[in-house]
Design a protein around this ligand. Structure first.
Ligand SMILES: NC(=O)c1ccc[n+]([C@@H]2O[C@H](COP(=O)([O-])OP(=O)(O)OC[C@H]3O[C@@H](n4cnc5c(N)ncnc54)[C@H](O)[C@@H]3O)[C@@H](O)[C@H]2O)c1
Length: 271
């Protein structure tokens, strides 16, 4: 798929990787870009996209509200025509270990997984009936490997990868392209403020969000499902599936080195 002349829609487009995807779409010649995010940052990105030569609208929207997301998609379709490339990119990286409150687990589930479901519900029926378009899930290398810092993040990003694969398998005959983006560390507010943490920083080079957007454009062109801006992740995943016990032992040693032994971590609070 080429982005020239398309209508691109990005959730979590007010910041980081989502903003870079929106701006790169404009520079690739997209006709229109719909930017959704929780606050005014959506409008800021939309203004930057317009400066880059595409029509754009910023929409304040929470991906966990399926009805509101469907309404926002319908409004953008009325304005710009069918969505050609939908990016389910909004995400949160919060929580630590078992002691993370249920509300944190719930939020990770609702944003990182149900947010993708809600966007798929809003755009896929039309894409499938037209027999075209592409759908991107921004998961994470944490969804192929793990996150040492956050159990809720690791678990929900694995679910996001599983969901992306399920969509690609289920809609294989529909003419829609599916892509699953799995970066390691990327220099965005998430890593700077939400603190994915020391394991991500220790895991290799931090990429710029523009480099991640470049990987996405190349994967769209190549029709490639798995998008790995950090190519070494492919090798890590192969080691993981080849020998789980060895993988877990190695990860445990690495955890001790970058975080400290789990045995010295205080046990979770009751409840
Ligand atoms: N930065 C990294 O190192 C990294 C690595 C792998 C994967 N990712 C994934 O990339 C995606 C984008 O993250 P980023 O690094 O650009 O971080 P970011 O914090 O810059 O951007 C995330 C955006 O998602 C938005 N968002 C959060 N909850 C939302 C909700 N309920 N509804 C709508 N929007 C919501 C935020 O407001 C924010 O603008 C996320 O899914 C994240 O998990 C990031």
């Amino acid at each position: 798929m080429e982005l020239r002349g398309t209508h691109v829609l990005v959730t979590g487009g007010g910041s980081g990787i989502g903003r870079s995807l929106a701006l790169r779409a404009a520079s690739e010649g997209a006709r229109a870009v719909t930017v959704l995010d929780l606050g005014d940052a959506a409008h800021d990105t939309a203004q930057q996209v317009e400066a880059g030569g595409a029509e754009s609208v910023g929409v304040v929207n929470d991906v966990t509200d399926g009805s509101a997301l469907a309404e926002a998609v319908a409004a953008s379709v009325s304005r710009f025509g069918p969505v050609d490339f939908a990016c389910a990119n909004a995400g949160v990286a919060i929580g630590t270990g078992l002691a993370a409150p249920d509300a944190v687990w719930q939020k990770c589930w609702e944003v990182n997984v149900l947010g993708v479901v809600n966007l798929a519900r809003a755009v896929l029926p039309d894409m499938a009936s037209r027999g075209g378009g592409a759908f991107l899930v921004t998961a994470s290398a944490a969804g192929l490997l793990t996150s040492l810092d956050s159990a809720p993040y690791a678990a929900t990003k694995h679910a996001a990868v599983a969901l992306a694969e399920w969509l690609a398998i289920t809609y294989a005959g529909a003419g829609v392209g599916f892509h699953c983006l799995c970066p390691q560390g990327v220099r965005t507010p998430m890593i700077e403020t939400e603190g994915i943490g020391p394991s991500t920083l220790a895991a290799g080079a931090l990429l710029e969000p523009e480099e991640v957007a470049d990987s996405v454009v190349k994967a769209l062109r190549a029709g490639q499902f798995l998008v790995l801006p950090h190519p070494e992740v492919a090798g890590f995943e192969q080691k993981r599936v080849a020998d789980r016990d060895n993988w877990i032992a190695g990860m445990a040693r690495w955890r001790d080195r970058v975080i400290g032994s789990a045995a010295t971590t205080p046990p979770p609070a009751p409840g």
